[in-house]
Design a protein around this ligand. Structure first.
Ligand SMILES: [Zn+2]
Length: 357
């Protein structure tokens, strides 16, 4: 039998054989921590790839639970996870521990918001974007710049996807490139445009490789281009961002510049607390009661109350009620996800009607 330490490296033999990684790079990976923000389609590939690559600590945060139509593209999950109504972060952690039991997996069921993002990023060496919305990406961008942590943006819709790596102190940042989130309702979503599984795997694989470069100590190998790929139209484009390199017009990443507009998403000046969930015909209401997180007892009380009007499912992580055309899912952190509508106002009225305020 070999030493335990050697066993730990043996599983990465083929990766270490790749010269730029080597044993030194592998040891760096094992000593590093990555934050995967969102564990749906992109996040499944990100977390799975980084767990197999031996990133020593993976913190996985996701706000949602599994539904059957996720399985088409969210490759970490299976039908048993859907039947168990498990939060994605929890189901992902269980799978990842089967894939690699020697690393540390830290699942967190929460919405990434201005109140928790700095603590979520704390101690991380890279942040991976597995989210489905621009608000969270602008928030990640500001937290990453404030904490000087590299992050890798990724997004996909239809058969097209794009990715960009943002390095602290090396403009452009996400805001330099995107300027503003698209106005609500103007950009295609998974609901309107659909999504093909393969583009997710391509984009997330590029993101994961960028993370491996960063974590193994190879910032010089990181891409400085915005990469856009359309798998249906067979197009790969790489946009040179040199003209944005100065960051002169960007309040967020310009060094030494302190303006009230530096971190508008982080300070809560920008951003809403409720969101239409991409591809889900669902709306998330953040702590709709305006109260602090509910305890297990009050979730039980709510489960009893809802069982009078509909069919209720209860597990360790959530309470879910099917009432008429709607499903209402309540989390211990005070959030609710109302399924059966994409209208925030309708979701609020459903919540008020059945759960109360
Ligand atoms: Zn910038």
């Amino acid at each position: 039998m070999s030493e335990k330490g050697t066993d730990r490296l043996d599983r990465y033999a083929r990766q270490m054989r790749y010269a730029p990684v080597g044993e030194e790079g592998q040891r760096r990976l094992l000593a590093s921590r990555a934050l995967v923000c969102g564990c749906g389609a992109l996040g499944s590939v990100l977390a799975g790839t980084l767990a197999r690559a031996g990133v020593g600590k993976l913190r996985i945060v996701d706000r949602d639970f599994l539904e059957l139509n996720n399985l088409q593209r969210q490759i970490l999950f299976d039908e048993a996870d859907v039947a168990g109504a498990l939060p994605k972060a929890i189901a992902a952690a269980e799978k990842l521990r089967q894939i690699n039991s020697t690393i540390e997996i830290e699942p967190i069921v929460a919405d990434v918001d201005p109140g928790n993002i700095l603590s979520l990023c704390n101690g991380c060496d890279v942040i991976l974007d597995g989210t489905d919305n621009f608000e969270t990406r602008f928030l990640i961008n500001e937290a990453a710049i404030k904490l000087q942590i590299p992050w890798v943006y990724g997004g996909s819709i239809g058969a097209e996807g794009q990715t960009l790596t943002i390095l602290p102190g090396q403009p452009p940042c996400f805001r330099c490139v995107m300027n503003e989130p698209p106005p609500p309702g103007t950009s295609p979503t998974c609901d309107t445009a659909g999504i093909l599984g393969p583009i997710v795997n391509v984009i997330a694989s590029i993101q994961a490789c960028e993370a491996i470069k960063i974590l193994s100590g190879h910032h010089e190998a990181v891409s400085r281009l915005l990469t856009v790929i359309d798998l249906w139209d067979n197009q790969v484009r790489q946009l040179n961002l040199d003209r944005l390199r100065s960051s002169a017009g960007c309040p967020t990443c310009a060094s030494g510049r302190e303006s009230a507009d530096k971190f508008p998403w982080l300070t809560g000046q920008r951003g809403s607390r409720s969101a239409v969930l991409c591809g889900r015909n669902s709306v998330q209401l953040s702590q709709p009661t305006g109260e602090k997180p509910v305890d297990a007892l009050s979730l039980d009380v709510l489960a009893d109350k809802l069982s009078a009007v509909g069919q209720v499912t209860r597990n360790r992580y959530l309470v879910r009620a099917s009432v008429g055309d709607y499903t209402i899912t309540l989390f211990p952190d005070g959030r609710a996800i109302v399924g059966g509508t994409s209208e925030i106002a309708e979701a609020r009225s459903v919540y008020a009607k059945y759960v109360g305020v």
